[in-house]
Design a protein around this ligand. Structure first.
Ligand SMILES: [Fe+2]
Length: 356
């Protein structure tokens, strides 16, 4: 049996190391009573050499999601729930209602005849429509009738309600900047006072007024888009045209950024979104950036490999690439990917980075 023998400390004083460790522990305990802590014990985790995301790559397949969300229709009404949403929880951040470090995501369903009552809050929201036809989101008096692939914006403090006058359930992906708003401890919310808003503008007025190469005379510039609904019917042909013109990014495909048409900036100060068409057989080059990103497959079929993990996606599947994870897209069929992240917020703070 080997016998362990204590090495003589380099300074030649037996027990010196033990003494300094004990002295340090004693010191740490004493300063803790004054609500202080030594930086040198936490510095490496506090200021990492590279971004460290607690989020993990994850995919929700629509077939699973739809049946589970449909089940909730028999358990609670939209009015009772306020919003009938199943949170998409990143397994790396259980219990925190986050899908990336800064964003919340959920699947919302409105059954025929239901209303999700009007309210407003500091958090901004986007909806990306997955299923159904003809339910609406009303935002500050404009009622947008939604179709699959539509991208609907509810900016910070804009009153909004949802309703379904169609005969089919409608499901969409909700993404909100709630974790970011709560990081800043700036959350306010209030009910509108009545379940629905007075409609003061026709469906499509905001897109027509602001998104058509003209602007209402005297239009005021805000850091959020005045457009309520970026319809799929209007955006899809644009990426198709880009692809036909050969404007295909080697990492992202033929991709457009949803823009505030007044400023050219992002649609919201905290969240930005893209729509990309990938040609059949597309094999993307590796890419990573500091904005953890939520993708939705609007059409097609393919895979996204994230740090060696393969996420195989098809129509209406939702998947997440965490911050600074190297990933590559491949498309086995011509595909359309919608994506959303907190990139505008990072860019405004001057901390966004990418590696091509
Ligand atoms: Fe809301």
């Amino acid at each position: 049996m080997a016998v362990a023998t204590a090495k003589k400390p380099a300074n030649g004083k037996p027990g010196a190391k033990h003494n300094i460790d004990a002295a340090r522990q004693d010191y740490y305990q004493r300063i803790a009573k004054h609500d202080m802590k030594p930086l040198w014990t936490v510095l490496d985790s506090l200021v990492s050499d590279e971004p460290v995301s607690r989020g993990v790559p994850v995919i929700w397949h629509y077939d699973d999601v739809k049946s589970l969300v449909m089940e909730s229709g028999g358990l609670i009404t939209a009015e009772e729930a306020k919003r009938r949403v199943l949170i998409l929880e990143n397994p790396g951040m259980r219990g925190e209602s986050r899908v990336t470090g800064s964003l919340f995501a959920g699947i919302q369903m409105i059954m025929p005849g239901e209303v999700a009552p009007a309210h407003r809050h500091s958090a901004s929201a986007i909806r990306f429509v997955l299923d159904g036809e003809g339910a609406y989101t009303a935002v500050e008096g404009e009622k947008a009738v939604m179709s699959p692939g539509d991208f609907v914006i509810t900016a910070n403090w804009a009153a909004h309600d949802h309703g379904n006058t169609s005969k089919k359930p409608m499901l969409w992906l909700d993404v909100l900047d709630v974790p970011a708003i709560n990081f800043f401890e700036t959350s306010f919310a209030e009910d509108y006072g009545s379940p629905t808003q007075q409609t003061t503008r026709r469906d499509g007025d905001s897109l027509s007024f602001y998104g058509s190469g003209v602007l209402p005379d005297g239009a005021v510039v805000h850091n959020r888009t005045p457009v309520i609904n970026y319809t799929y019917a209007r955006t899809r042909p644009i990426v198709e045209r880009m692809m036909a013109a050969g404007e295909i990014d080697r990492r992202h495909g033929a991709r457009v950024r949803y823009a505030n048409p007044v400023t050219g900036g992002p649609v919201l100060p905290t969240m930005g979104a893209y729509l990309a068409m990938l040609p059949k057989g597309f094999r993307g080059e590796p890419y990573r950036s500091t904005d953890g990103t939520i993708f939705v497959c609007a059409e097609g079929e393919g895979t996204t490999t994230v740090d060696g993990e393969v996420l195989a996606w098809g129509p209406r599947d939702v998947f997440v690439v965490p911050a600074w994870k190297r990933h590559t897209h491949r498309a086995t069929k011509q595909s359309v990917l919608f994506s959303i992240s907190d990139r505008p917020a990072q860019e405004a703070l001057g901390i966004w980075r990418e590696e091509r």
